[in-house]
Design a protein around this ligand. Structure first.
Ligand SMILES: NC(=O)c1ccc[n+]([C@@H]2O[C@H](COP(=O)([O-])OP(=O)(O)OC[C@H]3O[C@@H](n4cnc5c(N)ncnc54)[C@H](OP(=O)(O)O)[C@@H]3O)[C@@H](O)[C@H]2O)c1
Length: 264
């Protein structure tokens, strides 16, 4: 199904983390094609130049949309605080019909190690600080910024993975982080009944992260599995998966907190 008619998502205020490349960047483009003029986007990642270029290109193509950015390392408290501050500043317009918070930024961690190789607590803490703690603290802070009001739909998206449900050898941190995030957002869905919460699994994407999977995964079977996917053309274009995410959001038929996969 493709419900991507123009302006079909209405007037939107959206925060996308990990917007400098990959799925997040594609999502910014696909979102702009479905929202009304007056909508606002906040793009977040560490690479300022990429965010700036993206914001400029988006506003050139969609002059009615305001695209702003904040260059922030979400693995740090300061990065989270600066993102929240930027969201405060964009929250002037209260004409938005929807607020969408997309927790997309993520990393694989060191996939060239097996479980038994992780002996340094600092390395593990650093991974979870970015991939789990920041998603929790950023989302909770943004929900305070974008308080509910009658007629405003608030939606939180957690970009998840099959790895949240299934163990992959040599992906200890990634699997554990995705599983933890998903449960965290399921709790949010239980607690806040006026929110919509979606864990969207985008499928194996043809991008930088997959390149890292193919070249760094320690386990030969898993590495081979993803190599074959690439060679047989099974990897998914980021724009195709981003469109699917927006179709799921628009159809609005999932239960809040659900894990919805690209292939569903
Ligand atoms: N690729 C896949 O096959 C696949 C499959 C299932 C799920 N996913 C999930 O999809 C999401 C997007 O991944 P992707 O494939 O698009 O990966 P990607 O191409 O590696 O992009 C990751 C994004 O996160 C940002 N980022 C990384 N570290 C950051 C930090 N410390 N602070 C702020 N931003 C940071 C990166 O920007 P900067 O480097 O500029 O900071 C980039 O924009 C992730 O949650 C991933 O786990 C991906």
């Amino acid at each position: 199904m493709n419900g991507g008619g123009s302006c079909s998502l209405g007037s939107v205020l959206c925060v996308i983390t990990g917007a400098s490349r990959g799925l997040g960047k594609s999502l910014a483009w696909e979102l702009c094609s479905r929202v009304m003029p007056g909508s606002t986007l906040l793009l977040v990642a560490r690479t300022e130049k990429a965010l700036q270029v993206l914001a400029e290109e988006l506003t050139l193509k969609y002059p009615g949309i305001t695209a702003t950015w904040v260059a922030a390392d979400l693995g740090t408290g300061d990065g989270v605080r600066r993102t929240v501050q930027a969201a405060h500043e964009m929250n002037g317009q209260d004409t938005a019909q929807r607020v969408i918070i997309v927790n997309n930024a993520g990393s694989l961690g060191d996939i060239n190690k097996y479980f038994v190789d992780f002996t340094d607590p600092q390395e593990v803490d650093k991974y979870f600080s970015f991939n789990v703690s920041s998603a929790l603290c950023l989302t909770s802070s943004l929900l305070k910024v974008f308080q509910g009001r009658p007629g405003l739909q608030r939606l939180v998206v957690n970009v998840t993975s099959l790895a949240a449900l299934q163990p992959f050898k040599s992906w200890t941190l990634y699997c554990a982080g995705k599983a933890a995030r998903e449960m965290m957002f399921r709790v949010l869905a239980e607690e806040e009944k006026d929110l919509r919460v979606l864990s969207y699994s985008p499928g194996p994407l043809d991008n930088d992260m997959q390149e890292e999977v193919r070249t760094h995964t320690k386990d030969p079977d898993i590495r081979q599995q993803f190599l074959i996917m690439k060679e047989s053309g099974k990897l998914i274009d980021c724009h195709v998966s981003a469109r699917k995410m927006l179709d799921v959001i628009q159809a609005d038929t999932y239960n809040s907190g659900d894990h919805v996969d690209f292939y569903d």
